[in-house]
Design a protein. Sequence first.
Length: 341
Amino acid sequence: MRRQLRAVQIGAGRFAADYHAPTLRRLSTMPSPAISLEAICDLSLERAELFCREFGYARAYTDFRLMIDELQPDLIYVMVQPAATAGVLRAVLPLGMPTFTEKPPGITVAEAELLADLAAKCGTLNYVGFNRRRMPGLERLKAWAETNRPVRYVRAEMLRNRRLEADFAIGTAIHPLDFLRYLCGTAARVSTVTLNHPQPGARDYLVRLEFESGVIADLCVLVDCGFRRERYFAQTINASMEVTVGAGYSGDFCVAGVNEFRDDQLAPETDTGSDPLVAGGFLGEHESFLDSASRGRLPDCCLQDAYHSLRLAAAVQACYSGPVRDYAGTSHGFQEEGGGD
């Protein structure tokens, strides 16, 4: 039986309250719990104490260094605002304790590279929360692509409503960009076209990616189209699969699920479930992190890999077109309070 791991969390914000804390509470209250929630730290003691009452964390702190020093946990969860993530991780990674952090892995290419190098230098097992990789429907798409090689073409769309933050490409559109990397391999070239919105700084993105594997992918990101939908489509010879993501990432009138097409026939549709923690990939990513920590094995969703997704997202936000390896720019104006996923 897997040993119960003692966990502490840094950050008690809205997204953590909506998704991560309920997931961790579920994992801590199972008949054979994988973790114990030893403490929660936030700049607001009131927020931290609310997490203790609502989600079962044992203690509240306002100083994460003191919390870690006193408790010496097995796991650290970093769930602070994007602009604060790099600073916290720079303090935490040298401790060598397995660390889970939310995306993005830094808000500039330089920050992401520094964190990747630091994690490798310290040998710290780490996990970055790209939840699309653990959504059941997209996991099935990944498995389908592996068994139906070669995939020729992939298309993704992220449609949102009133998501007008200027940093949307790095804060949220990084998710489909990361999943396309996960599905197709190393991105060799990116071509970016943008459509400006009347709201200053807000833009739609039309992106074409060419992968070293030979796959071509298109991504359409519309930030203010009146409804929500997120969909992924992959095509090979005489067969295709389409996944519409649920769990709040698509509206009630956009049916979530998986469809497989072969030889002009539709296979039975797969229901991805209604539990938002499962369908949204949150339970899967936390279980994956715990499994990696228990085995001492670096997961696929680590800072060393996430750096490449951040660089790609920064290139898209900068409206860059060209070889991905040649882009090393920075991004400016990242908002403290993002709009979520």
